[in-house]
Design a protein. Structure first.
Length: 200
């Protein structure tokens, strides 16, 4: 498993005021490799040791929310050496020098099993159907932390949704995968169904 910090274009909770009208949430199309799937359920070892105090009180609640959502996924908190989803807080200076966008709260970078990063244009992702994922990094912008506790937790749930395999969606009953989290902060039945369309 390869672990490295990377600089790629953005996936985000950027505050777009305009975005295309999508009919519904869209799984990226890729799947985690079969070693992460047990009895049809996706098991993701996730590490939050490098999450700052801005978010670290929300890591477990976000994990628990996914585990209780009805989605066929179990997020398991583990140490860095055994994780394959790593969450890392990034200083605003580093964030900005990386060109990740000062209006972006967070983003998630999945990687194929060969280590290559997926493109993060979510309307045309090059880790699509047939691709196999073996690692994802979640980056959190210390320069733009939501002021409310509920939204901080929502940011983590949203990014975990990307790591599971969901792209952005427009408003459907407040889906957690709406790009700007304008309509809801909870994982909905719809979100769980989208996960279960990938991992039935
Ligand atoms: Zn997003």
């Amino acid at each position: 498993m390869r672990k490295r910090i990377c600089i790629i274009s953005l996936c985000s909770i950027i505050s777009f005021t305009l975005f295309s009208f999508l009919a519904h949430a869209e799984p990226f199309g890729w799947k985690w490799n079969s070693s992460k799937i047990s009895n049809g359920k996706l098991i993701l070892n996730i590490n939050g040791d490098y999450v700052s105090s801005s978010y670290n009180d929300k890591v477990q609640s976000a994990i628990s929310a996914w585990n209780g959502s009805g989605a066929h996924v179990t997020l398991t908190g583990t140490g860095f050496s055994s994780s394959y989803v790593d969450m890392t807080s990034v200083s605003s200076s580093t964030w900005n020098s990386n060109g990740w966008g000062s209006s972006v709260n967070a983003w998630t970078q999945p990687r194929r099993i060969d280590g290559t990063a997926c493109a993060t244009n979510y309307s045309n992702n090059n880790c699509g159907t047939g691709d196999t994922i073996n690692y994802a990094a979640i980056y959190l912008n210390e320069g733009l932390v939501p002021s409310t506790s509920a939204k901080r937790e929502a940011v983590l749930k949203h990014e975990m949704g990307h790591a599971i395999g969901l792209g952005h969606s427009s408003y459907i009953n407040g889906t957690i995968m709406e790009a700007a989290l304008q309509y809801g902060y909870n994982i909905t039945t719809f979100d769980a169904q989208q996960v279960n369309s990938i991992y039935p």
